[in-house]
Design a protein around this ligand. Structure first.
Ligand code: ZN
Length: 300
């Protein structure tokens, strides 16, 4: 068997090295990290800028479905951000917020659990203001596939999509609606270059931008660690927790896909924060969000 395997490999090497690279890249994640990283000289950290963009807001009449048994009848405002990471090897968009079309609906749009969603400015216009063309986004990843995170996914068809296999299967499978997903938001990505993940993933190969698998809110929910040269380590929560109070108390929304996974994912993020002295930026925590610089300002 060993001889046969070697023979096959040798034959491939002699036929076409570029085809081997393609085959390896399309295969397992572990191979992809080592085999597909561009052959640039090693850098300690290639992150140049992190932009936080205003990608909408939701008014909630009763926040208790997000924290069962607590804050019953209490209204809340959810912030909603998109994030752009400019790296020496590419530009990653993390989450895309509510659909840009909402910017033309001043009275907002009704959603689940009494929510009303608003958007002041489009994502496209905010990217334009910071000099980022839509087609210069080389990589795109979403914490998960709910409409307040993938609302503008269809704008980024030329970018490589990084998504957990479990989320991909739910989003592009026949039962997407069962998971609360609306395929019209992201259908155009079906033809995108895609890297399907089964765990954590170092996006640029230098440890500076790492997708963290944090399932529970949805089957393949993920969070993002960003190692900023001047500002330190930040973890972007997605909806692993909707606000810091829920994170601190490990409260899980009743409608999450899996409660145990949700708690384990919060524990994982807490361990990462401790090990990396990282801040956790909770996407929907409007109180915390008020203290975070938004574009055109940025973090380095
Ligand atoms: Zn959300």
């Amino acid at each position: 068997m060993l001889v046969a395997s070697n023979a096959i490999v040798m034959e491939l090497v002699m036929i076409d090295r570029s085809k081997i690279a393609t085959r390896v890249c399309a295969g397992s994640l572990a191979l992809l990290v080592t085999a597909c990283a561009p052959s640039l000289p090693p850098r300690p950290n290639g992150v140049e800028r992190l932009y936080v963009l205003d990608c909408g807001e939701a008014q909630i009449p009763d926040v208790s479905p997000w924290s069962p048994g607590f804050n019953i009848g209490k209204p809340a405002t959810f912030s909603d951000n998109c994030y752009v990471i400019k790296h020496a090897r590419g530009t990653l968009l993390w989450d895309s917020g509510f659909p840009d079309a909402l910017a033309n609906v001043p009275d907002g749009q009704a959603g689940a659990r009494g929510m009303r969603a608003f958007r002041k400015k489009t994502l496209a216009s905010q990217l334009g203001e910071i000099g980022i063309a839509l087609d210069s986004i080389t990589q795109v990843a979403f914490s998960h596939t709910h409409s307040d995170h993938v609302g503008n996914a269809n704008l980024f068809t030329s970018a490589t999509l990084y998504i957990q296999q479990a989320e991909y299967d739910a989003a592009f499978g026949a039962d997407a609606a069962k998971f609360g997903f609306a395929p019209a938001n992201y259908e155009k990505l079906r033809a995108s270059p895609v890297v399907k993940l089964s765990g954590d993933h170092d996006v640029f190969g230098d440890g500076s931008v790492v997708i963290l698998s944090t399932p529970g809110h949805t089957p393949g929910h993920q969070s993002l660690l960003v190692r900023l040269p001047k500002s330190g380590v930040v973890v972007l929560s997605g909806d692993a927790a909707h606000f810091m109070e829920n994170f601190d108390n490990r409260r899980v929304p009743g409608f999450n896909f899996n409660r145990d996974q949700s708690v384990a994912s919060m524990d994982k993020l807490a361990a990462v924060m401790k090990a990396e002295s990282a801040q956790l930026w909770v996407n929907h925590d409007s109180a915390q969000n008020a203290g975070i610089r938004h574009a055109p300002a940025f973090y380095e």
